[in-house]
Design a protein around this ligand. Structure first.
Ligand code: 5GP
Ligand code: MG
Length: 180
């Protein structure tokens, strides 16, 4: 692994694919232990960033489960804050279901807050959040994050689904923005 360039920026190797696989395995087992074999969860991957994580996660999940994906889109609503988010692509009825959100990374927690807002009126039985990466130094909310793969420094990363302006999602390893 060596330094790579995406658009105008350099990124250096940060987390190898083998390490990532370990975190994914750890998370899948953590959720499985928590839910047990009898509870059949519906995993919801938040696109685009979590597509790779979600695909690997369900392969490690030892029990029956459902998997679906949604996208969070902004539109200009007529509420006080101006912009509100809504879900694109959710066709399943979630009432009475155990829903586990699969996120690539939680940074400020703004997205997480939107997710909690959106799922509040879906009458789910249980809502839990699993994130592969978490940046504790920037997290500003007092919202629960149930399962965390790994906490990382407050530096921009790419790879394994995460992009810099559209590029880098296909990288198997994680790279970190290089400081000049
Ligand atoms: P938050 O709303 O928690 O601030 O940020 C969540 C979203 O911002 C993530 O789902 C991801 O799309 C993006 N994000 C946050 N930190 C990073 C990062 O280090 N690299 C990349 N590529 N995206 C990030
Ligand atoms: Mg995301």
């Amino acid at each position: 692994m060596s330094v790579i360039k995406l658009h105008d920026k350099d990124f250096e190797p940060y987390i190898t694919k083998n390490k990532i696989a370990k975190y994914v395995q750890y998370l899948a087992n953590l959720v499985a232990e928590d839910l047990g074999e009898k509870e059949t969860p519906i995993f919801i991957g938040i696109l685009n960033g979590s597509f790779m994580f979600a695909a690997d996660f369900v392969r490690e999940y030892p029990y029956d489960c459902h998997i679906t994906f949604v996208k969070l889109a902004s539109y200009n609503g007529i509420n006080s804050s101006g912009k509100i988010k809504h879900l694109v692509g959710l066709n399943e009825d979630l009432e009475g279901k155990t829903v586990i959100i699969l996120e690539d990374i939680i940074d400020t927690g703004n997205t997480l807050e939107e997710i909690y807002k959106i799922f509040k009126d879906k009458k789910v039985k249980k809502l839990k959040i699993a994130t592969l990466f978490f940046k504790p130094d920037v997290f500003r909310k007092s919202l629960p994050i149930d399962y965390i793969g790994r906490s990382i420094d407050d530096k921009f990363i790419v790879g394994y689904g995460l992009d810099y302006d559209g590029l880098g999602r296909n990288l198997a390893d994680i790279y970190q923005l290089k400081e000049n």
